[in-house]
Design a protein around this ligand. Structure first.
Ligand SMILES: Nc1ncnc2c1ncn2[C@@H]1O[C@H](COP(=O)(O)OP(=O)(O)OP(=O)(O)O)[C@@H](O)[C@H]1O
Length: 502
């Protein structure tokens, strides 16, 4: 039997950043037509491998081969583009340009006199998107695409360069359930047409849903590669964490009978986002705001923390009404929060973990205006221990942390000022299974100590620990359910199907 050379094979890959070894003698082999999952805890080395497999940086040691041939020289970008592409969580298309311009950037056919023939560019772009069944107008400015359309355009662009190996880096992180299903259908289609995928995700159900092989990395090393249907979940989690899977669970006590309200939202409206929203959260209570990405749940949570101002209605936090639309006022009133987008609202990447983690509590670090460096580092070291942040020390810039560990720094900061009300927006996006358990455990602990918690999320695992879940659909709170709901019930309610959750 003749076996074709693997689409990609990396062997003996080592990569070090300063004192951090990101990959140690790691390997991966992906065969033609597979949808191959790459999993591992935050900081395991997945993104580093992707940057090496896409030629963005060289390994310190080791070799990458495509179809049995050595990888191109790093400078030969065209040759890399013909072999592999990665669709990242962050867009690589240029928002100011149209879809057609993005698709044919730097490869326009110049007509006579060097002029670009836009008619040809548009018709070629249309043809390209048609070939891959992407239903987007090529004249649309890229900034108007939603995440799903943007991913499809990026996949089509990769295919148009000739690449038949595509890496999807946490592609479902910003998609709602319906969009995830469409993405998976598309992956299946393309797989049938001979496209090979490397799929990075922290969601085990997705891996079991669409992947046929899985590779596990742990602590910079390759741990195992196995067929998905031959690997029980507990073993997969065990390989990722290096320990047997723990039982999750334990019942919460919930708020005490005489607990006071730490959040009162009354008749709050913001045209285009949400309408006539009212709810309460008591000290020690965890309340979920469930809903699809465009339901308005994120905007409601952002209004509570002062990132937006409502057009009408009131927000009262621990007995005071902070100035609407002011984050400092909300923080002063007793809010701690984890924003939706850690890249833009959460962290200052060039600043150290210690500085980022203590950004909101300068008054705790020294007399007014002075920051005692030792006190800050002590605070940060405790925070690193408390949240099990994987780093050589508090002085490292957060840009050197893996994605999930950055999210922990954001969480640490939210907890730094002992908030009365903790507001979390998609708090476990990009966080690995075990760290997720850990972060959610922290949230429970904080609630036990009397903090009220609002979790705006579409992740069932985030919502499971809530005492109550409010379902938001098209800007309105359409239902409420106490603990103990069934997954299908809540998912249906989030999609607007009435299954009587109130
Ligand atoms: N540019 C860099 N400078 C310093 N350290 C880095 C850099 N890039 C990665 N690292 C370190 O290398 C290790 C592996 O990181 P990597 O981003 O590859 O992990 P990951 O598996 O993708 O994690 P996540 O699931 O959190 O995204 C981490 O300890 C990280 O802090």
């Amino acid at each position: 039997m003749v076996t074709a050379a693997p689409v990609v094979e990396a062997t003996g890959i080592t990569k070090q950043f300063g004192s951090t070894v990101a990959l140690r003698d790691a390997a991966i082999r992906i065969d033609q037509g597979q949808t191959h999952a790459l999993v591992g805890r935050n900081g395991a080395g997945k993104s580093t491998l992707v940057s090496i497999l896409t030629g963005l940086q060289p390994p310190d040691a080791g070799e990458v081969r495509f179809g049995g041939e050595p990888a191109p020289r790093l400078a030969d970008r065209d040759a890399w583009r013909q072999r592999v592409a990665c669709v990242y969580q962050k867009s690589t298309i240029i928002p100011e340009l149209t879809v057609a311009e993005n698709l044919f950037l730097n490869r326009h056919d110049h007509g006579r006199g060097g002029l670009i023939n836009w008619k040809t560019v548009h018709s070629r772009a249309r043809e390209l998107l048609d070939t891959w069944s992407v239903d987007v107008d090529v004249r649309t400015p890229a900034r108007e695409l939603d995440v799903e359309q943007r991913q499809f355009v990026e996949i089509a662009r990769a295919l148009s360069f000739g690449a038949r190996f595509i890496i999807l880096d946490e592609p479902t992180a910003q998609l709602d359930a319906a969009a995830i299903n469409r993405l998976f259908a598309r992956i299946n289609d393309l797989q049938r047409q001979g496209v090979t995928f490397l799929f990075i995700s922290h969601h085990l159900q997705e891996i079991y849903g669409i992947c046929d092989m899985v590779t596990v990395f742990r602590d910079a090393q390759h741990i195992l590669t196995a067929a998905v249907d031959e690997l029980p979940r507990a073993e997969l989690v065990g390989a990722m964490t290096g320990e047997a899977a723990a039982e999750v669970g334990g019942d919460r006590r919930g708020p005490s009978a005489d607990a006071v309200d730490v959040l009162k939202v009354d008749d709050m409206s913001l045209p285009g986002a949400y309408d006539d929203v009212s709810f309460r959260i008591r000290a020690g209570e965890i309340v979920g705001l469930a809903g699809a990405a465009s339901s308005g749940r994120i905007e409601i949570a952002e209004t509570v923390v002062g990132l937006r101002a409502a057009a009408s209605g009131t927000v009262e936090i621990a007995g005071t009404r902070p100035r609407p639309g002011s984050v400092p006022a909300a923080l002063k009133a007793g809010v701690g929060f984890v924003p939706q987008d850690r890249h833009h609202q959460g962290l200052v990447p060039e600043m150290s973990i210690a500085d980022n983690g203590t950004l909101t509590i300068p008054e705790r670090l020294g007399p007014s205006g002075f920051i005692d460096g030792r006190r800050r580092d002590h605070f940060a070291t405790t925070m690193i221990e408390n949240l099990a942040i994987k780093t050589p020390g508090p002085e490292l810039p957060v840009s050197g942390l893996s994605g999930g560990n950055q999210q922990k720094v954001v969480m640490a900061r939210a907890l730094a000022n002992d908030p009365d009300l903790l507001v979390l927006i998609n708090p476990t996006a990009g966080v690995d299974v075990r760290s997720k358990e850990f972060l959610l455990g922290k949230v429970e602990e904080i609630a036990e100590s009397g903090t009220g918690v609002l979790i705006a999320s579409d992740e069932l695992d985030d919502l499971r620990l809530c005492d109550r879940v409010l379902v938001v659909f098209q800007g309105r709170v359409v239902g409420e359910t106490a603990r103990g709901w069934h997954d299908h019930q809540l998912v249906a309610a989030m999609e607007g199907v009435d299954l009587d959750v109130r």
